[in-house]
Design a protein. Structure first.
Length: 329
């Protein structure tokens, strides 16, 4: 006897939409019941140790989810305008990357509260498809700026981050255009314990639909020991619309950003769709050497040679069953 009930949901509320990132293992890790991709109308918190590629990934994903329009970056550290531009272009964005003003017309620094307020105001515009806060650890409330060294202002920082988080959630829910907000954070070891914590208080943790921990996995150099690329590993530590604890990898090229083709190659290795040996193979067909023929090619920002890996993943995706994962929290 079928004991399942029949439920009709009423009320006006936006549905969960997803957009593909072009990074297969990430889209798979974020999936729910066979629907791959980034859940829109969400806050995604990206965190990890220094120089792991958090900002680079956020630029790439902001460009991919926006496609056409404006990406707004509230950079509270030291934004590299040229790198921001290149990474957005390499994501395929057609539009504008807007850096929130950090100095006024008198060349004086603008308080972080004002910068975050400016970002929140701009994010409401339907031309804006994504915003980025980089990073929570750099947030300096006016009270801290004007106070003395040694005074504690953690509560004020957490309150400010909580206010911004609630504002973003409200905008994400009510905007006509499905959008996404990326929040960059750092991790700190738990003193006297295990695991890690992130800055900014608990409200951001509650309101973020996705929380991703990232760490470096492998570095690649040329024959002169110059870096040509980095493989980064990530773990989904929270996913409101699906399962959690799934892992993914992606590849970064210095001064270029996320390289989708090389990322596809490493995904094929992980899934057993390609062989990483003395030569790279798909089936019995040798495609070349990983460093000499692929990664040095990727270091030039080129993608064409990685087409066999992209095609292999597309074929794999076609056979991907719905409901493949346990979606429980």
């Amino acid at each position: 006897m079928d004991t399942k009930g029949k439920v009709e949901i009423t009320g006006s509320y936006p549905s969960v939409e997803r957009k593909l990132s072009g990074l297969f293992s990430l889209d798979l890790a974020l999936s729910s019941r066979g629907e791959l991709g980034i859940p829109m109308r969400s806050i995604l918190e990206l965190y990890g140790y220094t120089n792991v590629g958090k900002s680079t990934l956020s630029y790439y994903l902001a460009g991919k989810t926006t496609e056409r329009g404006t990406v707004v970056d509230c950079d509270l550290e030291n934004a590299d305008r040229d790198y921001f531009k290149r990474t957005l272009e390499n994501s395929g964005l057609v539009g504008t990357g807007h850096l929130i003003d950090s100095i006024d017309n008198k060349k004086q620094p603008i308080p972080h509260e004002v910068m975050l307020g400016d970002m929140a105001t701009r994010f409401v515009d339907n031309e804006v498809g994504a915003c980025i806060i980089d990073s929570i650890g750099a947030v300096q409330p006016i009270a801290e700026k004007e106070g003395d060294f040694g005074e504690a202002f953690m509560g004020k920082r957490a309150k400010l981050v909580a206010q911004v988080s609630r504002n973003l959630v409200n905008s994400l829910r009510n905007k006509e255009r499905p959008s996404v907000a990326f929040v960059i954070n750092h991790v700190h070891a738990v003193i006297g314990g295990r695991g890690h914590i992130t800055a900014g208080g608990d409200t951001l943790k509650y309101l973020a639909a996705v929380r991703i921990f990232m760490w470096p996995e492998e570095a690649f150099t040329d024959e002169n020991d110059n870096p040509i690329g980095f493989l980064v590993h990530g773990k989904i530590e929270k996913l409101r619309y699906g399962g959690k604890n799934r892992e993914f990898t992606f590849y970064i090229v210095p001064d270029f950003g996320v390289h989708a083709g090389a990322s596809a190659m490493f995904d094929c290795f992980s899934l057993g769709l390609a062989e990483r040996g003395t030569t790279v193979k798909i089936g019995k067909k040798g495609l070349g050497y990983i460093n000499k023929d692929f990664l040095r090619y990727a270091a030039e920002g080129k993608q064409r040679k990685f087409a066999p890996f992209v095609e292999a993943l597309e074929e794999y995706k076609m056979g991907f069953p719905t409901g493949d994962f346990d979606d429980s929290e």
